[in-house]
Design a protein around this ligand. Structure first.
Ligand code: PMP
Length: 403
């Protein structure tokens, strides 16, 4: 065996032994929310298609129409990849989020890495919530700034880190980055209080709105994300990263903010500059999705379903995390038991995410149940019945749980 093969085999064996091996299922099509998974029809409660727009006929029709403009954009934005449809989408995203301007990126991962790397360097300090998404963590690594972390949503811990950062250097740029809706917990960051602390310590604030855009907003802009939801001005929350691949049902991402920030990122964000622009079809489909998300009806339906899910879970004695969003995890703790419950649910006809470390901290493996506006109350009740049965069949062994 070559040393490369030996290295790979050892790492895979380690992962298998820890019950952390990933085995992605193969689906015939995106869930509607029904999914054909390896020949079986399952009801999916795991996608990020919170509004059910990925399979909406208006979105698909707009996407197909835009495909006539070219299967691909054929180049980066700065060369010849920037079509009228991209410009229209950027303008619409700015409008929906209540910001002056927006800039497209190919993925949320790239948007986070590119924006952070463009704004910070080695002399600077980045302050992150401990449960931030991997792409924010990698952005922090890439820019080379000093990394300070604070306990999840703990404002006192954040202030301690801000004080520490300012004491270290009066002149460093300090960036505070948080998920606005935490992807594996579903709870919201206390952004108004975080913004206040940022103002006090002259730190910049960036929110990752991947799970917020489209889902939360204001009555005027129901799809507007966390800035709209909390009523935060561009000055209070200057940098918003949103994705197109979750509630908007498509693919890609954007950063929204002041016209100056967006011009700066167009010039300096390497993950925007050195990559092919999104296919025109994606821009066309996303514009249609934004129109559908703009009326607020889908978000209202989703809220009704979230309330229904929570009250019906409580009625069955199922403990939930304190989330008011479409992400409704059930904390299990042990990886093996999480997998067993996930498999039991699959046998009963349901698909939920069994999330294990390193995606979540050790000892906090969980079922990540997500709701979509296209689910029905009856489907939710059926899932909860199956979940109650699976939980009672897979009770924790006394003393075996890490949490
Ligand atoms: N941020 C968060 C909070 C996410 O959950 C994700 C996707 N899992 C991303 C960023 C990355 O977005 P994308 O899938 O568009 O790369």
């Amino acid at each position: 065996m070559s040393s490369l093969q030996a290295f790979i085999a050892a790492r895979l064996a380690e992962r298998e032994a820890a019950n952390l091996m990933r085995r992605p299922p193969t689906l015939a099509a995106a869930p509607t929310p029904y999914a054909d998974v390896e020949g079986r029809r399952l009801l999916a409660f795991c996608s990020n298609d919170y509004l059910g727009l990925a399979a909406h006929p208006d979105v698909i029709a707009a996407q197909q129409a835009a495909a006539a403009l070219g299967a691909g954009a054929t180049a980066s934005h700065l060369v010849n990849g920037h079509l009228h449809l991209h410009a229209a989408l950027e303008q619409q995203l700015a409008e929906v989020t209540g910001r002056e301007a927006a800039l497209l990126f190919s993925t949320g991962y790239m948007a986070n890495m590119g924006a952070i790397e463009a704004l910070l360097g080695r002399a600077d300090i980045i302050v992150s919530d401990k449960l931030n998404h991997a792409s924010l963590i990698d952005g922090a690594r890439l820019c080379g700034a000093e990394k300070l972390r604070f306990a999840h949503n703990d404002l006192e811990a954040l202030e301690r880190q801000l004080r520490r950062a300012r004491t270290k250097s009066g002149s460093a740029k300090i960036l505070v980055v948080v998920d606005s809706v935490f992807s594996m917990d579903g709870d919201l960051a206390p952004l108004p209080q975080i913004a206040e602390l940022c103002a006090r310590y002259d730190a910049w604030l960036m929110a990752d709105d991947a799970h917020a855009v489209g889902v939360i907003g204001s009555p005027q802009r129901p799809a507007g994300g966390s800035a709209e939801f909390f009523g935060l001005s561009q000055q209070q929350l200057p940098i918003v990263m949103g994705t197109l691949g979750k509630a908007l049902g498509n693919f890609g991402a954007f950063v929204a903010g002041s016209a100056e920030l967006i011009e700066y990122l167009r010039q300096f964000a390497r993950t925007h500059i050195y990559t092919t622009a999104l296919p025109p079809a994606v821009a066309g489909g996303t514009l249609a999705a934004l129109r559908l998300a703009g009326s607020g009806e889908l978000q209202q339906r989703l809220c009704t379903l979230v309330d229904h899910f929570r009250s019906q879970a409580a009625a069955r004695g199922i403990d939930l995390l304190p989330s008011q969003t479409a992400i409704q995890p059930v904390l299990i703790g042990d990886e093996k038991r999480t997998l067993a419950i996930g498999a039991e649910l699959q046998r009963a006809g349901f698909m939920v995410g069994a999330i294990r470390p390193p995606t979540v901290p050790a000892g906090t493996a969980r079922l990540r149940i997500t709701l979509s506006a296209t689910h029905t109350e009856a489907q939710i009740d059926a899932l909860l019945d199956a979940l109650a049965t699976a939980l009672s069949k897979n009770k924790p062994v006394a003393g075996a749980e890490a949490s």
